[in-house]
Design a protein around this ligand. Structure first.
Ligand SMILES: Cc1ncc(COP(=O)(O)O)c(C=O)c1O
Length: 407
């Protein structure tokens, strides 16, 4: 009674690792959680207060989202991108994941996924019955596709419609895309739609972060929300900003939203206004400072002739490749590390890499972000001693991995 297209979807290695981690934990063992991509920081207090104040809001909100929130988001993004967005271009969803799913359902065409890509893009495209194509990337180009690699695929059937997923800073690589200009040339040449997944953009370590939107605004859907920079993954609030020229896409996502989730929780939408209107600069600066320091610590201490990786440029992740370890698949490598060292990592195969490459995703968020934040000042130079004190499990995990690799 189950459709073949759904039956054939595998339980991801990610879920399997999480399930196994829980079993090991229930045996009283201490797991180092390098597998989980959740912000370690608390939601800013002022936004929590807004949620408390708005707990009484009980009515359904129009499907597209609260007017005031959509205006706040349009203003916030207009300032960030030096553009003039209209609130009618904004649609609010219960996380960007759901909006992406509705976009996949609406879109009639082929899906272009750089390898590596976030775990859910591919399964969502399969559920929506769109073909997907993996695009080759390399460490030299920060794990983002070169324009010619995109063109190689599109040119085979240029009569079709394509959507390219571009996620910068990236989950799983932790890298920022630097060749936006040449990618945008191909996007314009073949009229490709781009889903710019900017969920980690506020956590880019370099102040000069730019989005592909700045290169080809007519082709780009901006996707962002509260889950990462604001530590509010469980609040489930994300948004899309869709180009005015793609009005049919706004309409169809709205219809699908109205037939599925109706609208995002009212108190959450009221509280979210504060995320876009109040000043959170010092919270974001501290978050980035801590993440950068910890990312650099892991990079410096784990990198060797046997373990290669790029230095993190934003977000929570690093993507090491183990050159001297040979298993049948990266999932088996992760299983061995979990069983032997009690360290949870995710296999590169879940992100589109060949399973024979011993690549993993390491999320360096297993620390108490509230405590770390409260114990440093905005101008504190974070040293290894601070990391040892406030992120001891990250240090322990790196040490264990290092000695396992060398033996
Ligand atoms: C790259 C990327 N995109 C999108 C999401 C989905 O975020 P949300 O649905 O919470 O907005 C995540 C969450 O892990 C992510 O890592």
């Amino acid at each position: 009674m189950i459709k073949d297209s759904i039956r054939n979807l595998n339980l991801s290695a990610t879920l399997k690792i999480n399930e196994k981690s829980k079993i090991i934990e229930s045996e009283g063992k201490n797991i180092i959680k390098f597998g989980f991509g959740q912000s370690p920081f608390p939601v800013p207090n002022i936004i929590i207060e807004e949620l408390k104040k708005n707990a009484h809001e009980k009515s359904y909100i129009p499907t597209q989202g609260l007017d005031k929130l959509r205006e706040s988001i349009a203003n916030y993004e207009s300032k960030k991108k030096n553009y003039n967005f209209d609130s009618n271009q904004v649609i609010i969803g219960p996380g960007t994941k759901e909006l992406m799913f509705l976009m996949h359902l609406s879109f009639d065409g082929e899906v272009l996924l750089p390898a590596p890509s976030w775990v859910s893009y591919k399964p969502q495209s399969i559920i929506a019955k769109n073909n997907h194509h993996w695009i080759k990337t390399s460490a030299e180009n920060n794990w983002f596709p070169l324009a010619r690699e995109i063109e190689k695929i599109v040119i085979k059937n240029s009569g079709k419609k394509y959507i390219l997923f571009l996620n910068s800073p990236n989950n799983p690589s932790g890298q920022v895309c630097k060749n936006l200009n040449e990618i945008s040339e191909i996007v314009k040449k073949y009229n490709i739609l781009v889903l710019s997944d900017e969920i980690y953009s506020e956590l880019a370590f370099d102040e000069n972060y730019t989005s592909i939107f700045e290169h080809c605004p007519e082709q780009v859907i901006i996707s962002n929300g509260l889950s990462k920079w604001c530590g509010a993954g469980g609040w489930r609030l994300g948004y899309f900003i869709i180009p005015k020229t793609k009005i049919d896409l706004i309409k169809s996502i709205k219809v699908l939203a109205s037939e599925t989730f109706s609208s995002v929780s009212s108190p959450i939408q009221y509280a979210a206004i504060s995320a876009f209107e109040d000043n959170h600069d010092s919270y974001i600066l501290k978050s980035k400072k801590i993440l950068k320091a910890i990312g650099d610590y892991v990079y410096k201490n784990l990198k060797s002739n046997n373990v290669i990786m790029n230095r993190p440029m934003g977000g929570f992740y690093l993507m090491p490749e183990f050159l001297n370890k040979k298993f049948n698949s990266s999932a088996m490598l992760c299983d061995e590390i979990l069983t032997k060292l009690n360290i949870a990592l995710l296999p590169g195969s879940d992100f589109g890499f060949d399973e024979k490459r011993m690549i993993v995703r390491l999320s360096f968020t297993d620390f108490d972000g509230d405590n770390f934040m409260n114990n440093i000042k905005i101008d504190t130079d974070i040293k290894d001693e601070n990391i040892k004190l406030y992120a001891p499990k990250v240090v322990e995990g790196v040490n264990k991995l290092k000695s396992w690799v060398e033996n």
